[in-house]
Each structure stands twice: as C-alpha cells, then as structure tokens.
Design a protein around this ligand. Sequence first.
Ligand code: PMP
Length: 284
Amino acid sequence: AEWSTTWTWFDGAWHEGNPPIMGPRTHAAWLGSSVFDGARAFEGVTPDLDLHCQRVNDSAVALGLKATKSVGEMMELTSEGLGKFGPGTPVYIKPMYWAEGDGIGTIAGDPETTRFCLCLFEAAIAPKDASMSVTLSPFRRPTMECMPVNAKAGCLYPNNARAIVEAKARGFDNAIVLDMLGNVAELTTSNVFMAKDGVVHTPAPNGTFLNGITRQRIIGLLRKSGVEVVERTLSYREFQEADEIFSTGNYNKVVPINRIETRDLQPGPFAARARELYWEFAHG
Ligand code: PMP
C-alpha cells in the first residue's frame, strides 16, 4: 500500500505512513476494543472538529477506555498535522483510542492502558454532482442490548461492511439498513433523509444508529432556512415512495440518491440546498 499521504501523531511524535502501533497481544487488535471518530478538512476549513473530538472522548468512556486527550489538545494536534499537507488538501481526520490491555483475556482491563493516536490522511470529498444508488440491506443495526452502539467503536463496523459488500454484490452503491424493529435506521456509514411533498423527514434517533454530527448540523441549517424537518419513525416503504433521498456524513457531507431498487430518483432541491447550506456554514 501507498501510505505517503498519511501522518500519524502517536507517543509524542509525528510518523509518516502507517506506523506499527499494535502487537498481536494488543487487546484492540485481538478483541476489538477501539473507538475512533472521523472529521474532515477541506478547502481550508474543518467544520465541527470540536464536536468530533468530544465524541471520540465520549466513545472512549462508553467503551470503558480512558479519554486521555482534551478536545483542545486534539484540535491543536490536528492543526499542527494539517500543516504537513498542502493548503486546502482534503484530509480525513481520525482520532482513535484503543486498549493495549494486559494481553490476557476478554476484559481489556486497566483503563490506564488506553492509547491514543491521531491519524490524518488525504482523501477526496465526493464532487458536487456525485450521487448513489441504494437497496434494502438484509442486515440490521444492533440495539444497545446487542452492541455498544452509543460508542463509535471499531467493533461495530464489520456489520456495516457486510451490508455494503452485499449491496455492491447486487449492483448497488449503498444500502438502507433497518433497526431491529424493521424501521429505517441509516445507510451503511452515513445517515439518511427523505423528502415528500415539500417536507424533509429523517429517522428519529432511537439508540440503534449513530446520531451523526453532520445529520444534526444539516437538520439545524435546513430548519433555520425555513425548511420543515421531521424526525420520526420511518418505514422502508416511505423511502421507496419518496420524492427525494439523500445521505449525510462527515466523509462526503451530502450525497443524493439516484435510485432505490429499480426506481430512478432525481437528485433534488433539498439535497442541493442542504449541501449549499453546509458549505456556507463550513466557510463561516
Ligand atoms: N452512521 C454511521 C454508521 C457512520 O459510520 C457515520 C460516519 N461517522 C455516520 C452515520 C455519519 O455520522 P457523522 O455525520 O457524525 O459523520
């Protein structure tokens, strides 16, 4: 692999590429005790970086790890690290905590073994005219009783990965994933919105999916601009009959859906509006 566009702060220094930071007995590598977050730098801005740094600390605590870096420290390290990239380069910003553990058993053990790194790597943001197709995933989001879904934990993602792999195998770009009750939760790694008769709807957070930072930001921006946004329980049927569907997430911000199953959809005005409002917000 080519790691030359990656910089990682770890143990007090910046390392270029993909430094070996875990061993075969590291608890996180062995049994999945890691949390991370994803923020973005693009066009010289880093919107809501503070919220992403706060969330990785909350995720650490939720998984029984120790949040050893303050939001301010993480933000300072981020701006230092971004200096290693060309101005305006699109960068994925990934703070991560994991348990080193004692190398022995199921429980990670002493939270004092928690380790931290901040990994930055170059990654393009989907262009303005990007769009994607979706299908219904046969896999579902776990509940709080099944998995620690209140943490943005690495151990949750094999489930998201199998959902997207299954969708791609059937010729779709992404999948709508339901919660355990059979209502729409989110896409595989982003939140989902629909519009019908001039009103925007999105699933109400119910503990089974990530209440995305981009999701919350877009809801606020749309409402402030006069758009009605309703957070409620939504069925897949409603998405199939929607006028418009779009996704939100830190990675690509706002991306419209161009097809659901066999039904073509036009990227619509609400997705365009949401994207525009987000870019305005990001540039302050
Ligand atoms: N759901 C999942 C499962 C995700 O991985 C992400 C990306 N972090 C999101 C939703 C979107 O969240 P955010 O807007 O905070 O990036």
